[in-house]
Design a binder for this molecule. Structure first.
Ligand SMILES: Cc1cc2nc3c(=O)[nH]c(=O)nc-3n(C[C@H](O)[C@H](O)[C@H](O)COP(=O)(O)O)c2cc1C
Length: 328
């Protein structure tokens, strides 16, 4: 259960530190606006302020990340292990993801994922599986399958030998490609070699899907016994994001030149204006990457203004800018 102590605003927190409360030296005013600044060492301490849950500051620096239950196999006994974790996407082509296993607190998944070639299923639980996720996080001895205690059902995989979880709407079948010791954790890179998704998701509205899953580890909070406990959440909003003309029609991967051509095609630039900007882009690309190069600086300034005016759809100003620039 989260602390019921009153939450102070950042300004009140700053005021609370004026008396020199031990462990609160991280809180300083910085510049004209009110910002709280932390050094790397102060971040480690997770600054403590009377009346404020010690996790309140820290969660800003470790924002929400997708939660999963990773199913692995003990290499010595062949037994199956379930461990709630969080994961990060790495690449799309191929689809690769990264897990981070705490070597002391998550000994079983650390061992089972600790070698290249190990197989795993990264199963994504929906919000109806919060209790099951918590049961799987209970530190049970080696050989006890947390999934059984959580009353979850094994789902046979198609590509890997490790099963997935039938109750999870998405199951990613994976092979470990790389393991690196990173301070307290192992960073484990996995390639997704197969996947299954609950058919029900295909007919659902996109907003309903994102409200339903994945679940994210949103923050952790201090409970009444002083322990830090993770808390899950889901997305609740899709923000309106600008497409073309704010960037190329085909998306950022198409590159800057494609964007300029798209702007001409849509009538925002004339053929001559388009050619001019394309010539600047080529010239910039061909110059050595030296910050003191004069021609480079000129091109950078001109192009920055082009991108700024196009990004804010200020077409008249863009035409004026392009007509005022002399030849290089
Ligand atoms: C939502 C949630 C996310 C978690 N994320 C991680 C994680 O990313 N890495 C980790 O090592 N432990 C994580 N844990 C804690 C482990 O699940 C827990 O330490 C577990 O007992 C380890 O079991 P194992 O020894 O079978 O691997 C998480 C727990 C929860 C509830």
């Amino acid at each position: 259960m989260a602390s019921t102590a009153p939450v102070l605003t950042a300004v009140q927190a700053l005021d609370a530190t004026k008396g020199g409360v031990p462990g609160t030296r991280a809180l300083k005013r910085h510049g004209p606006t009110e910002r709280l600044v932390f050094s790397a060492e102060e971040l480690l301490e997770r600054p403590r302020v009377p009346g404020i849950d010690r996790t309140v500051f820290y969660f800003h620096f470790r924002p929400a990340r997708p939660a999963d239950i990773v199913v692995t196999r003990d290499p010595d006994t062949g037994e199956i292990d379930f461990t709630p974790q969080t994961f990060g996407p790495l690449t799309d082509h191929p689809l690769t993801i990264c897990l981070h296993t705490n070597r002391s607190a998550s000994p079983h998944s650390t061992r089972n994922l600790g070698r290249v070639g190990a197989e795993a299923v990264v199963a994504l639980p929906g919000p109806e599986l919060v209790r099951q996720t918590w049961v799987c996080a209970v530190p049970m001895p080696r050989g006890i399958c947390e999934g059984e205690a959580a009353e979850l059902t094994l789902l046979p995989s198609r590509v890997v030998s490790v099963p997935g979880i039938a109750e999870c709407p998405v199951n990613l079948e994976c092979r470990v490609e790389f393991v690196r010791q990173q301070y307290s954790h192992n960073a484990v890179f996995l390639k997704v070699v197969g996947a299954s998704v609950d058919e029900e998701l295909l007919s659902m509205d996109r907003l309903d899907i994102i409200r339903r899953g994945p679940t994210y580890e949103v923050d952790d909070a201090t409970n009444k016994w002083g322990g830090a406990v993770e808390r899950l959440g889901t997305n609740h909003e899709l923000l309106e994001c600008p497409g073309f003309p704010v960037g190329p029609k085909a998306g950022p991967e198409a590159g800057a030149a494609a964007w300029i051509r798209d702007l001409q095609e849509a009538g925002h630039l004339s053929k001559a204006e388009c050619d001019r900007v394309l010539a600047w882009l080529t010239a910039l690309d061909e110059l050595p990457a030296s910050p003191s190069h004069e021609a480079r600086q000129t091109l950078q300034q001109r192009l920055t203004r082009v991108f700024e005016l196009a990004a804010w759809e200020e077409w008249d100003a863009l035409h004026r800018h392009l007509s005022m620039q002399s030849e290089l």
